[in-house]
Design a binder for this molecule. Structure first.
Ligand code: HEC
Length: 137
């Protein structure tokens, strides 16, 4: 019984630590969401900017690059009928505000070995593009 009790306490303490860590990451997420909102993206501008992406991408068809519908929140490299680089497929990334921003700053820096070579230097343009992609559910 003693063993069970101490195990129980140990588990309880572990669970508390996890809850505390979860609370911290929720706070961080809320803060970055707020930060994202202050440099907030304009989806209508993003749609216009997306014309640059359309050299290789479309929302609903795979082309040189994979189709983009539902990309926000999706695991990188997960369109079944698109032939991704091994690097992107095994990156373990999920597309959100942060990962998409880093991707558009420099895909090869985020995922060495990717076959997308296209950068957007302007932070506001990246935010606008991400706002547009977010709407393509
Ligand atoms: C010159 C062609 C080209 C252009 C232009 C381009 N991309 Fe890509 N993109 C690719 C290729 C190729 C891949 C697949 C990369 C891989 O498999 O490593 C890709 C992958 C992606 C992915 C990952 C999708 C997934 O399913 O994981 C995102 C997000 C993305 N591109 C966004 C954009 C955006 C936004 C733009 C415009 C600002 C853009 N791309 C412009 C070629 C391009």
């Amino acid at each position: 019984m003693t063993t069970l009790d101490s195990t129980g306490q140990h588990l309880a303490r572990g669970a508390l630590t996890l809850i505390a860590l979860a609370a911290i990451s929720i706070t961080t997420a809320a803060q970055s969401a707020a930060a994202g909102a202050s440099a907030s993206g304009d989806a209508a501008k993003g749609k216009v900017l997306y014309q640059a992406c359309a050299a290789c991408h479309s929302i609903d068809e795979n082309d040189i690059g994979p189709k983009h519908r539902g990309v926000f929140g999706r695991r990188a490299g997960s369109i079944a009928d698109y032939n991704y680089s091994a690097a992107l497929k095994s990156s373990g990334i999920t597309w959100n505000d942060t990962t998409l921003d880093r991707w558009l700053v420099n895909p090869s820096a985020l995922v060495p070995g990717t076959k997308m070579f296209f950068k957007i230097d302007d932070a506001q343009a990246r935010a606008d593009l991400i706002a547009y992609l977010k709407e393509q559910r």
